[in-house]
Write a protein that binds this ligand. Sequence first.
Ligand code: PGA
Length: 248
Amino acid sequence: MRRKLAAGNWKMNGLRAALSEVELLAKAQPAPNCEVVLCPPATLVRSMAKVCVDNCVTIGAQDCHENSSGAHTGDISAEMLVDAGAEYVILGHSERREAYGESDETVRLKAKAAWAAGLSAIICVGESEEQRRATNTLDIIGGQLAGSIPDAATGENLVVAYEPIWAIGTGLVPSLGDIGEVHDFIRMRLERRFGEGVGRSVRVLYGGSMNPGNVDDIRRVPNVDGGLIGGASLKAADFSKIIAALAA
Ligand code: PGA
């Protein structure tokens, strides 16, 4: 049985004042059936980890460098994130793939570094609008999975997030059938590459405009093990509704 996961991606949002939202979230009824991970900007990782030390919210980051230290101005290593209190890191988000030209190979190296430091990686895959129109979505996803995930994947160190690029921050969501098709495909590929045991234990999240109004339908799609939630994770009131729906 895979435990549901609600992962909040705060992107480049949040000053210290926003820690009050995390306090509210942490005070809300814990949902044992659903793990909760918040991924704030790097500047808040340490203070958020402190707020969450005695509750059921785990902290993640949004990126790491593939090297553990060295002359990389402006970058942050996986080891530093662990030192600051992170247990997860999002890798290969489409916003980074697009803005920084991160390739599957870069994402794979970052995932290796994350694992070496003891972080679990939430590796993102997803097709653009043009790719979906050209109906080669599964080819795109298959290529990203093969190229971005290192060989040593386990159910503990890997989470895959399927995020259609055109659904991120737009309010658009694929049909439940389309979500199901991609999630079944990801599960099949994970089982084929890593064996049934590992392939069945890796959680596969849906991401892209998930909100309190659509989570209940999306969570019922087979092979959807939770969500990677952007905008709707910023306010405790919305995010706790999503958590409660995933835990139901
Ligand atoms: P969204 O973002 O929920 O605001 O669409 C999701 C994401 O980019 O991870």
